[in-house]
Every structure is written in C-alpha cells, then in structure tokens.
Write a protein that binds this ligand. Structure first.
Ligand code: ATP
Length: 336
C-alpha cells in the first residue's frame, strides 16, 4: 500500500503540453479511477506515475518520497495493459514468475507466490500453457496474476478490460474488485472509458479534461453533485438531458440538467412539457423513451419495464423538482 501525491504535474511532448498542472492525493489502499474523453491525458498521467514517461515539471511522491527520478522497477508498481503484454514463448507460469526471477527471488518463494496468485485468479489449470492457448479473458487474468506476484505497492491498470467481450468484462470486473479487497486494499489506479467500470470499481473517480483535473469525488458525489456542466454530461449513461433557452429561463438558469430517471411521463397530459415520442429502447428491465419537445436533442426518459409508448405518440413530461440541476452561463452549478 502506498499513498501518492501529485503536485502540479506537467508533461509536454515537444511543444505540446498534454498534462497541464495536475495536483491530486491518492490515499493508501484507495481504488482511484481516471476517466475523461479520448485524448484528455489519462494514459499519459498513468505512465508518468509508472515512470514510463518523464515528468516535465512538478513532483510525484510515494509515501512522502519524491520518485520523479526513479525507474519503473524501483517504484514498486505493477502495470496491467489492455494488450496483456505477455511473453508469447513462455508458459503462463514463467510469465507470472518472470518479474520475481529478475528480482532474484528464491525458487521456492517464486513457486509459492505464483501458485497463490493463480489460485486467486482461478488459472491454476493453465500454468503450463502458452499464452496463445488461452482465451482473451484468461490471458488478461495471467497479466493480472503476473502483477500480483510482484507484490506491488501500487497497481496501475490501463483499460484492462477493453479487449474482452461483454460477459467477460463483467466477470473480470468483479475479479478486480475482489482482488482489491483480497489484497488488503492495495492502492490501485485504473484508467477506463467505461462508465460502469468507473462507477462500480472506484472509491473515488478523477475526471480529467484536456490535461487538467475537472473534479475528484466518490462515484455518487460526481453523479449527484457534479461541479460543472462537463462532469454532469460526462458521468452517467445515458447522458444527462440538457435544456437551454426558454426551458431553462423558466427555472432562472442558463442550462437545466435532468437525468433520465428524474423525468416522469404524465398520463393526464398536464406535465411541464409536451412532445412526441421519436423512439423507444427496450433493455428488458427498463426502457428509454426519446421525446421531441422542441429542444435541440430529444429528452431521454427512463421508464421501468418495457416501453409502453409508440413513435408519434403525444406525451406530457415533468421533471422531479428536487432532482433538477441548474447551471449558470459558465457551466457552474447554481444553488438550489
Ligand atoms: N509519445 C507521445 N508523443 C506525442 N504526443 C503524445 C504521446 N503520447 C500521448 N500523446 C498525446 O497526448 C494526448 C493525451 O494522450 P493520452 O493517451 O494520455 O490520452 P487518453 O486520455 O489516455 O486517451 P484515450 O482515451 O484515447 O486512450 C493526446 O493528444 C496524444 O496524442
């Protein structure tokens, strides 16, 4: 376990600054998730923490010790990539043992650690196989196992599940959550595009935008109290509904933000807005109804169960008053 402190970290590639002064404390044992749009600098920030890229300015400390000048191997980190990065000619066992062999661990010690990690990840039957004889999900478990064997102070994950199919993503996501728990809460930093991964795995989420930290908080804090229009629009799926002009003026705001589950369809047509159904999406347990009320984008309304409305049908909709987010012209939240 280690506590990390990032102080005004900057990174430039040539003349282009991509990390523009990031300050962030990551607590010992915390599961921190970095999210943000493509190109915002998530992977670069992770690589700076790993020591795979040099920090242009600012300080990075692990447990109070500045590590800017330390090589990756001396930082006590292990990294799991989207692409597994296993050695193709080595067995699963040898892949997992490799880091410890380099560190001159004894044969017995290595065997114990590899077997324990294999057990934890349920890959014991595959220890003698080559990576090409495994499925994608099994390969990723080997990559995670290899990281566990090194007993790192900090685990870094760069979109480790993106190459897996939907069912395997869910299963491996649960395994990573369990791993965090089983490993006495090793500090973990995880980069993802996936809303569900961020919301379910994180103790805290750090939302990055164009090389700066936009907001840091628990998943629920970000969901319920976004500190900017950007975070409001980024966290949550489907995206929060945004309304401007006359719709927002009526609530003395520049922009109104309302999540799909905070809109109700009124059967008696006496809602705040009226519109026509464009489309419905059935997800089984619930459904999303897209309604044109004259705004630029249709309102998305979540309903429990299967969709009961047909395209072209006229409906009346109301927001749940207390669940409205009001933003000013700068995109900052306004007092309730
Ligand atoms: N080695 C490099 N040389 C030059 N520019 C780079 C290098 N690595 C990253 N960049 C640039 O830095 C910016 C941030 O890249 P980064 O990969 O960190 O983004 P990201 O948020 O992880 O994106 P994605 O979600 O698409 O993976 C991008 O504009 C990228 O083109």
């Amino acid at each position: 376990m280690a506590e990390l402190q990032l102080k005004d970290i900057r990174k430039s590639f040539g003349a282009v600054e991509v990390i523009k002064g990031v300050s962030l404390d990551i607590h010992s044992g915390e599961f921190m998730v970095f999210v943000g749009p493509s190109g915002c600098g998530k992977s670069t920030l992770l690589r700076l923490i790993a020591g795979l890229e040099d920090i242009t300015s600012g300080t990075l400390s692990f447990d109070g010790q500045v590590v800017n000048g330390l090589t990756p191997s001396r930082r006590g980190i292990a990294m799991v990539f989207q692409s597994y990065a296993l050695y193709p000619h080595m067995t699963v066992y040898d892949n997992m043992a490799f880091g410890m062999k380099l560190a001159n661990g004894s044969k017995e010690q290595i065997r114990k650690r590899v077997e324990a990690a294999a057990e934890m990840l349920q890959i014991t039957p595959y220890l003698d196989r080559l990576p090409k004889q495994l499925s994608g999900g099994q390969r990723q478990r080997v990559a995670i196992g290899r990281a566990i064997v090194r007993d790192p102070k900090v685990f870094l994950f760069d979109e480790p599940l993106s190459n897996l199919d939907a069912a395997l993503r869910v299963a491996t996501r649960l395994e990573i959550a369990k791993l965090h728990h089983d490993m006495g809460k090793t500090t973990m930093i995880y980069v993802t595009h996936d809303q569900v991964e961020a919301m379910t795995l994180a103790d805290r989420i750090c939302v990055l935008r164009d090389g700066i930290v936009e907001q840091v908080g628990t998943p629920l804090e970000l969901y319920e109290r976004p500190q900017s229009l950007f975070v409001a629009g980024f966290i949550g799926s489907p995206k929060m509904n945004f309304l401007n002009g006359q719709y927002a003026d009526a609530y003395r705001a520049h922009t109104l933000g309302i999540r799909s589950e905070h809109l109700v369809i009124k059967d008696n047509k006496d809602g705040v807005w009226n519109g026509q159904v464009i489309h419905s999406e059935n997800l089984g347990s619930d459904s999303y109804v897209y309604i044109d009320i004259g705004t630029r984008e249709p309102l998305i309304v979540r309903q429990e169960g299967t969709a009961r409305h047909q395209p072209g049908e006229s409906l009346s909709i109301s927001p749940i008053d207390k669940q409205i987010h009001r933003f000013d012209a700068q995109g900052r939240p306004m007092a309730a």
